[in-house]
Ligand binder design. Structure first.
Ligand code: HEC
Ligand code: HEC
Ligand code: HEC
Ligand code: HEC
Length: 453
């Protein structure tokens, strides 16, 4: 009797252990020489479930490039001005289908006045157009000729299905659990392992070195601590899950660190990490003040991009469908920097006026040159101080505008401090509203003034 009972228990234990495993059949694809273990394991059921998620929508017929340009007809086109009216309308229709198919044009537009930038969604969408063009023009090392469109991330919804926020810090009241230090809790972001569940802030926002091993035998100043090691594995789990592949897709598992014998996809992935980091820092983070609070994360940060935002479980987004190619006229607008087309900075010995891109608080290097004369005055007059005032436009959300104006003023102050001006000599003033402008977004309103006192 006891023997039978213990057999039952053994069976139960085995069944419990196997729950974590996948039910057969499982397909194996060999990627290296036989016997080297360079194999990819696919589950046909997972593949079948993933397939409908990665289908590209039908594309519209081409439009005529002839006739007047959008910038000759419309009031406020800062990105798409060089398209013909036909091409422009075709693109507006396409982005509506990709981002707001249910809500339609009014998701971004005030139907009374299409040229105005009243809705935050339009301001964000313009920056997204610049970001998409930039990815296609300047990150061919990652996206090749496949490229991306709004659909790559959005898939018919205003918020992409897969984005990340910084997690809420653990509340450390009187509890028995103690400080989990951002780990030891099964988390979806790292494949339900107990690895640090935010491996994204260090690598896809900051540029912490990825690695688990030192280059030297003794601890001679290398940085690969246990925390870095765990974070590296956390990121790798996300990369594998995001692309629906095993580690062998990018590594020769004989030696994870070595690039020798690693599949070429590892180099593409390396570029992908840099690209993702740049998209977050140059496009999404500066847009933070544009978003309403309900779109922000638990710590007030903006939704950010990681590998899964574009890939969504496929080795190439949409299994390699080349949607961007159907919009050669938009691709041709290229990777113009968002600060292209801003007025030149104004500068003299007592005042500098610097301009900013829509929704952005980043001070462009060309604009920063406008500070040079003033910095020279300050070094010649050691008692002089400067006041820094950020202006914002009259349209849109007031609180968001003020926050943005303040961030812009802070960027300018940081730039002055970096040029060697003592902090006590730079005074930040309250954000000011620029004179009301009726014709949509006015580049002259997005400015910071620095005045000698
Ligand atoms: C996802 C947001 C979004 C949706 C949806 C959208 N638009 Fe736009 N629209 C924009 C942005 C951004 C601009 C400015 C482009 C630029 O600066 O080059 C714009 C500009 C325009 C303009 C130029 C207005 C002017 O006078 O400057 C027209 C006309 C227009 N859109 C029509 C439409 C129509 C029609 C639809 C629906 C089929 C539509 N849009 C859907 C974001 C959107
Ligand atoms: C690399 C991925 C990516 C691409 C490509 C992309 N977006 Fe986005 N988009 C995002 C992320 C991330 C957000 C922030 C999510 C949120 O709104 O909370 C966002 C937000 C938006 C929003 C605000 C939606 C809302 O309701 O808050 C609009 C509008 C938008 N994108 C339009 C576009 C358009 C138009 C394009 C193509 C020209 C585009 N996006 C391309 C990632 C992308
Ligand atoms: C999509 C490609 C890709 C996949 C899948 C992938 N890796 Fe990586 N891995 C990389 C790249 C690229 C680097 C180097 C990153 C860098 O230096 O910026 C890297 C680095 C590493 C390192 C650090 C090596 C060092 O220098 O110390 C380890 C360890 C590692 N990966 C393990 C794994 C494991 C384990 C898996 C599976 C869970 C995995 N990787 C899946 C691309 C990948
Ligand atoms: C902005 C969208 C986007 C993001 C974000 C992105 N990728 Fe990609 N990735 C692509 C596109 C598009 C391709 C297809 C390029 C091609 O056709 O060769 C691709 C291709 C790849 C490939 C090559 C696949 C193959 O078999 O040739 C790898 C590996 C890869 N990505 C890894 C990553 C990793 C890792 C990350 C996150 C760190 C990442 N990607 C983030 C868009 C993206």
């Amino acid at each position: 009797m006891t023997r039978r009972l213990s057999a039952w228990f053994a069976l139960l234990a085995a069944a419990t252990l196997l729950v974590g495993c996948e039910r057969p059949p499982v397909d194996t694809v060999q990627r290296g020489y036989r016997g080297t273990g360079m194999e990819l394991v696919y589950n046909p059921r997972t593949l079948a479930a993933m397939a409908p998620l990665n289908v590209a929508p039908p594309l519209p017929d081409p439009a005529s490039p002839d006739g007047p340009k959008a910038k000759q007809v419309f009031k406020n086109v800062q990105v798409l001005g060089d398209l013909s009216i036909g091409e422009f309308t075709r693109y507006m229709t396409a982005i509506t289908a990709w981002v707001a198919p249910v809500e339609g044009c009014n998701y971004c537009h005030d139907p009374e006045n299409l040229g105005e930038d009243k809705k935050y969604t339009k301001v964000v969408a313009r920056r997204m157009m610049q970001m998409t063009n930039h990815i296609n023009a300047d990150w061919k090392s990652h996206v090749a000729e496949t490229g991306v469109t709004c659909f790559t991330c959005h898939r018919g919804g205003a918020v992409p299905r897969q984005v990340w926020f910084k997690p809420q810090p653990q509340e450390l009241r009187a509890n028995f659990i103690g400080d989990r230090d951002g780990q030891n809790q099964a988390s979806k972001t790292v494949g339900l392992s107990s690895l640090p569940y935010d491996p994204f802030t260090p690598y896809l926002l900051s540029a912490q070195t990825i690695g688990v091993g030192a280059d030297t035998a003794l601890p001679t100043g290398h940085v690969a601590s246990i925390v870095h090691t765990e974070q590296t594995y956390g990121l790798m789990v996300h990369m594998s899950e995001g692309l629906g592949v095993n580690c062998t897709y990018c590594h020769n598992t004989r030696n994870f660190k070595s690039w020798e014998g690693a599949p070429p996809q590892r180099a593409t992935a390396w570029q992908g990490i840099r690209m993702t980091r740049e998209l977050n820092n140059d496009y999404l983070v500066p847009l933070t003040p544009a978003f309403p609070p309900n779109r922000l994360g638990p710590t007030g940060d903006v939704a950010k991009v990681y590998c899964a935002t574009c890939h969504q479980g496929a080795y190439k987004p949409l299994n390699g469908a080349q949607m961007a190619k159907a919009f050669p006229e938009v691709l041709a607008l290229g990777g113009a920097r968002p600060t292209d087309g801003l007025p030149a900075p104004q500068a003299d010995a007592v005042r500098a006026v610097l301009f900013f891109a829509t929704g952005s608080a980043a001070l462009d290097p060309d604009q920063a040159k406008g500070l040079l004369v003033l910095v020279a005055t300050l070094s010649a007059q050691p008692r002089a101080t400067v006041a820094v005032s950020g202006y914002h436009s009259a349209s849109g959300d007031l609180a968001g505008n003020q926050a943005l104006a303040r961030q812009r003023a802070t960027s300018v102050r940081d730039s002055l401090l970096a040029a060697g001006v003592a902090p006590a000599r730079v005074k930040l003033e309250k954000p000011l509203q620029a004179e009301a402008n009726l014709v949509g977004e006015d580049p002259a309103a997005r400015r910071v003034e620095v005045t000698l006192k």
